[in-house]
Design a protein around this ligand. Structure first.
Ligand code: GTP
Ligand code: MG
Length: 326
């Protein structure tokens, strides 16, 4: 390993946040040399990673994700845990990542010795963001964070992506059941291991209770992705910091159930395998598009397909042939 990175490695293992930030910068670097350094570092950290509970959190804008993570994070730290919060923000290339502005909302958590908060990597493509976030999870684990929260806003494909890198996927919902139930994409509800109805306080508490009953009915019809766990529907008030204990209890029960059944290990293995293949796919596609034999062919064939002169099947086969010959 590079001599410069040895002290970084040691400092990460000691849990130093500055070293973690440095390593993450290397991973996010577009500079080939820094990138390689980052990969070497990660390789050396790998034996120390993997021991955290990885929690994914999603929900529509305004549901209270930031407020919840602040309350939940503080609760966990009080219980003696160390909490890392990462974000996958599909809009970050434009906005710079909402978690940044969020640091104000997670102010108290951000000030804790045992918390590490990191905004979304700002890469144009979701695949790049996914890789960096997955690698950052490993760094946090090597640095001794035993709870890693990955937050994403409930739009687009980012939830599916986050679900594929965490152990436990939590969906935050608003108390107005009727509308919400229709608004939320069915696929997301199926990803959830736990649904928590937030803002169960004041005038909204009775609405939240109704919503809880509705969701329990709805979930009944949905097939869970896990065999050793039935998704639960809970309520909380992130603002008043109530309900954090029940959420945590549910997470612990979940972990125990999946560890006992062997599903935990299965899910982790499945995730790393898919991660590898998604990187292979990305790499192949990149090399395919950049292949010298195809530079002229791609636009030509694309034109033929667009004008209806050629079947996509034929065009794809021809491109693959040119690529293989090269
Ligand atoms: N009454 C009540 N208000 C809440 C609760 N949790 C959050 N809020 C309020 O809801 C608003 C949105 O909360 P955020 O935590 O910023 O929501 P978010 O999901 O992070 O929003 P985005 O970052 O925009 O996706 C804020 O004004 C919060 O104060 C709660 O439990 N009860
Ligand atoms: Mg937020």
């Amino acid at each position: 390993m590079d001599q410069n990175t040895v002290p970084v490695l040691e400092e990460i293992l000691q849990g130093k946040r500055r070293a973690m930030a440095k390593a993450i910068t290397l991973l996010e670097s577009t500079h080939p040399e820094s990138f390689e350094q980052g990969q070497d570092l990660l390789e050396s950290l790998l034996p120390h990673a993997g021991k955290s509970l990885r929690i994914g959190i999603t929900g529509v804008p305004g549901v209270g994700k930031s407020t919840f993570i602040e309350a939940f994070g503080l609760f966990l730290i009080e219980q003696g845990h160390r909490v890392a919060v990462l974000a996958v923000d599909p809009s970050s290339p434009l906005t710079g990542g909402s978690i940044m502005g969020d640091k104000t909302r997670m102010n108290e958590l951000a000030q804790q010795q045992d918390a590490f908060i990191r905004p979304s990597p700002s890469s144009g493509i979701l695949g790049g963001v996914a890789r960096k976030t997955r690698e950052t999870v490993l760094i946090c684990e090597a640095a001794g964070y035993d709870i890693v929260i990955v937050e994403t806003v409930g739009v687009g494909q980012s939830e599916t992506l986050v679900a594929s890198m965490v152990d436990f996927f939590l969906l935050l919902m608003l108390p107005n059941a009727g509308d919400e139930l229709q608004g939320i994409k069915k696929g997301i509800l199926e990803l959830a291991d736990l649904v928590v109805i937030n803002k169960s306080d004041g005038e909204q508490e009775s609405l939240a209770k109704t919503a809880q009953a509705e969701y329990r009915k709805a979930l009944h019809f949905l097939s869970s992705t896990k065999t050793s766990w039935t998704p639960q529907i809970l309520r909380c008030s992130a603002l008043e910091k109530r309900g954090m204990d029940t959420v945590w209890k549910s997470a612990k029960n979940y972990r125990k159930a999946l560890l006992d059944s062997g599903e935990w290990e299965e899910q982790r293995q499945d995730q790393t395998e898919k991660w590898m293949w998604s990187l292979v796919e990305e790499g192949l596609l990149k090399s395919f598009r950049n292949h010298p034999n195809l530079q002229k062919r791609i636009p030509e064939l694309q034109k033929s397909v667009n004008s209806g002169k050629m079947l996509p099947t034929t065009a794809a086969r021809q491109l693959l042939d040119y690529w293989q010959i090269g």
